[in-house]
Design a protein around this ligand. Structure first.
Ligand code: ZN
Length: 99
């Protein structure tokens, strides 16, 4: 999951620090406890994106029995209807929206 709090622990003293506001790409985060340099905002964002992409790719690489079972249950719950993407509207929805 994406680190929404933007918290990082200090590599020197393990204190928790966080980005605040809208930092510029070359702004640096220094530890509030020991003043050690932690990272630049640009490097922080690159690492966060790299971790998130890896997490997503790993989730597709590993089969998820729970996700496949959920899809199978949806298909079996409606045996007379083909499994179509949600973007297709069913007949009758337009008339309800227009009424
Ligand atoms: Zn520190």
């Amino acid at each position: 999951m994406l680190n929404r709090s933007r918290e990082l622990s200090c590599p020197q003293c393990d204190a928790i620090n966080a980005w605040t506001g809208e930092p510029a790409p070359d702004d640096a985060l220094h530890c509030t406890a020991c003043s050690a340099y932690i990272t630049s905002y640009d490097d922080y964002i690159r690492e966060a994106v790299r971790r998130e992409v890896k997490r997503l790719m790993d989730s597709y690489r590993r089969p998820s029995p729970a996700r496949e079972l959920a899809i199978l249950k949806r298909v079996l719950a409606r045996p007379t209807q083909p499994y179509l993407p949600h973007v297709l509207s069913r007949p009758g929805q337009e008339t309800q929206a227009d009424a």
